[in-house]
Ligand binder design. Structure first.
Ligand SMILES: NC(=O)C1=CN([C@@H]2O[C@H](COP(=O)(O)OP(=O)(O)OC[C@H]3O[C@@H](n4cnc5c(N)ncnc54)[C@H](OP(=O)(O)O)[C@@H]3O)[C@@H](O)[C@H]2O)C=CC1
Ligand SMILES: O=C(O)CCC(=O)C(=O)O
Length: 454
């Protein structure tokens, strides 16, 4: 293909498809971005001359390694670990670590690609990366989790560092796992540095990192509603997941006067018509973070409905949705059902929880739809602030971090409006997908051009 010709979406995706066989999630993520930015590239030929999108869609490197550990019975177990370093044009690679049996290279490539745009949107100097393992933490003892985390870091330590690549948590990786990995990094390197974020407050963590992703996703929802003269107050909210992001999304929804009525895990979902209040949320936190139990218990305890067989909550009527479990949990049929039920806004707490066809349905219906790379960026935003605090060897006060998180989310909303807002329309429609993709792209692209062909 001639270098003068900006590829069409089909030509571009065809190339990505051929180079990444068997990686549908990665192709989906790249396709969504390409659909937003190719027109912008046509209007700004320097990005085509420098082959920016082509370079961004090829990770800087993918590290894959064996992780050997022993279970409580003394059996030797083998898993595969990865770190995908996608792009470090604007700062050290930054992004979470996922422990889940579904983890493979394609899923981590999609997450590292998304992270590159997300981190740029925060306005902080962080590149994009992601890592993980197909290790399944469910049902493992605390000692097994510790041995696995230590074995994982025994290889990962040589690829990360406070100015190189700074991992954090994601699905299956919370404060406990970060602690074990941090301890092992320190033991191997004899250095006490901010190599991971999401650390405990006693050893270099930042106030509100735990809450930041869920809170941020609801702040973004609030900002979208405010843009069209509305607020979350009084609305019924459908939430999926019951882990870190879902719990704090529910907490912030309650603080803003909305009524969350669902939560889920991989077994199914609960529907509490009376609403999940603070007391019920405290039960969920204890159930999930301490006892590591199943969400079905909520239904038994509070007399709510439980829908099993891995059912998802999208059939439940509500006007707001905050998907907080995993990728591709909202199908095109789900989107239709949600629209039929009168949904007005969706804010993605999870990464790419909405299938591409479902995104198109929401866009066609012109509802408020925030993609994860904008809506869930509060977590990595506060991680960036944890990095700053670690470098300066200080801890800021919680009030200050609450204010900074609010500012970061507001800034992301403004950037989306700048690049995705329609001019001249009466309904102030913002295509948040386009806005987030173009805003993230421009920042990374300009840095790449300034740094030459590397
Ligand atoms: N933690 C963070 O700061 C950030 C997280 N995210 C994204 O938010 C989402 C949730 O992460 P987080 O809350 O941290 O993870 P957690 O591990 O704390 O919770 C994940 C929740 O999602 C459910 N879940 C996971 N995989 C599946 C699946 N395949 N099918 C159905 N349910 C599933 C889990 O159920 P079960 O226990 O049964 O597996 C659990 O309820 C992910 O997409 C993550 O990438 C995005 C930005 C930052
Ligand atoms: O806090 C971080 O570094 C990363 C969080 C994350 O994995 C994400 O934003 O998806």
């Amino acid at each position: 293909m001639s270098r003068d010709h900006v590829p069409t979406l089909e030509e571009f995706v065809d190339g990505v498809d051929k180079r990444n066989p068997g990686q549908p999630e990665f192709i989906q993520a790249v396709k969504e971005v390409a659909a937003s930015v190719l027109d912008y590239i046509k209007d700004h030929p320097k990005y085509h001359e420098h082959q920016i999108l082509e370079r961004m869609a090829e990770p800087d490197r993918v590290v894959s390694f064996r992780v050997c550990w022993q279970d409580d019975q003394g059996n030797v177990r083998v898993n595969r670990g990865y770190r995908v370093q996608n792009n470090n044009a604007i700062g050290p690679y930054k992004g979470g670590i996922r422990f889940h049996p579904s983890v493979n290279q394609g899923i981590l490539k999609f997450l590292a690609f998304e992270q590159t745009f997300k981190n740029a949107l925060t306005g902080l100097p962080m590149g994009g990366g992601k890592g993980g393992s197909n290790f399944n933490p469910k049902g493992k003892s605390d000692a097994e989790i510790m041995r696995f985390c230590q074995a994982f870091m025994t290889e990962l330590y040589r690829h990360v560092g406070e100015d190189t690549d700074v991992p954090a948590g994601d699905i299956g990786v919370g404060g406990r796992e970060i602690g074990y990995m941090f301890g092992q990094f320190k033991r191997i390197t004899n250095r006490y540095v901010g190599v991971l974020t999401g650390k405990g407050m006693e050893y270099g963590g930042s106030p509100i990192r735990t809450e930041a992703t869920g809170y941020g996703a609801v702040y973004f929802l609030q900002d979208m509603l405010k843009h069209v003269g509305k607020s979350p107050e009084g609305h019924v909210a459908i939430v999926s997941g019951s882990g870190n992001v879902a719990q704090h999304a529910v907490e912030k929804l309650l603080q803003l006067g909305a009524k969350p009525v669902t939560l889920s895990d991989s077994d199914g979902f609960i529907y509490d018509k009376n609403g999940i209040d603070e007391e019920k949320l405290a039960f969920v936190k204890e159930l999930k973070n301490k006892r590591r139990g199943r969400i079905e218990e909520y239904a038994r305890k509070f007399g709510a409905e439980f829908h099993g067989d891995a059912a998802r909550p999208w059939r439940v009527p509500g006007t707001l949705a905050v998907p907080c479990a995993t990728q591709n949990e909202i199908t095109a049929d789900d989107a239709k059902m949600m629209l039929d039920n009168g949904i007005i806004a969706v804010s993605e707490g999870a990464n790419m929880p909405t299938e591409l066809e479902a995104v198109h349905r929401f866009q066609q219906a012109r509802i408020l739809f925030a993609p994860g790379k904008a809506a869930n960026a509060g977590g990595v935003g506060v991680s960036g602030l944890e990095m700053s605090q670690n470098s300066a060897r200080i801890t800021w006060k919680e009030d200050e971090l609450q204010r900074l998180l609010r500012d970061i989310m507001q800034g992301i909303h403004d950037r989306c409006v700048k690049y995705g807002g329609e001019t001249g329309g009466k309904d102030k429609y913002v295509d948040y997908v386009k806005g987030a993709n173009v805003a993230g792209f421009v920042k990374v692209a300009d840095a790449m051009i300034a740094q030459g062909v590397v």
